[in-house]
Design a protein. Sequence first.
Length: 234
Amino acid sequence: MTRRWSGYRRSWTALPAAQRWMLLGLAAALVLANIRQPYPAIAPLQHIPTVALIIAAPPLLWRFPLSDRSVAALLAFFLLHTLAGRYTYSNVPYDAWARAVLGHDVSSLLGLTRNDFDRVVHFSFGLLWVGPVAEVARRHGGLSRRAGICIGFLFVGAASAAYETFEWLLTVVLAPGMADDYNGQQGDVWDSQKDMATAIVGALVTSTWLLWRMPRSGRGVNPRTAAPAFPASA
């Protein structure tokens, strides 16, 4: 046990300072999200995976290093997920926040008939994960920059389908009310398909941008020593 703790501590201290602060910031956000938690029965289903990720991140990033920009992209996604998880996605009070700040609610302005914060998070999943996955594929898989971006795009589609399957399995196992609260379908029978499509659109945006910004001179660069997927000038 002492040896394992020593190894874990070594992986933590080996991380760049910026990445340590990012993990601490996510941990702090997770704690804040559970203060006076309005949906305590559902909260563990939403937040336990994030807790596991925070714990596993130091040895994973030590074994498979990522650039600060890629870690920041993943942090942004998990911050959105943590906020949404506090309100079980379906109950994020963005209309109340908008009225308090702007005097108008978002739903009336955009003609929304449901709470669409889950669509924002699914879109952000596609938008924010392509770059980090592409970087892993290149730096640790030896793929070219273009192939890494393709892998990132395909990962988003596959992960979205796997997650929607997981939600279906939860619907089978959990009590109907709890399953509906977790899944956040809000009566939309096409919710799973729309969630996957939204994530793929986000992935398409980032993939297109990365391919467009890909330097022509970098096509022959050794993928193991190449720069991160995100352009340095971005």
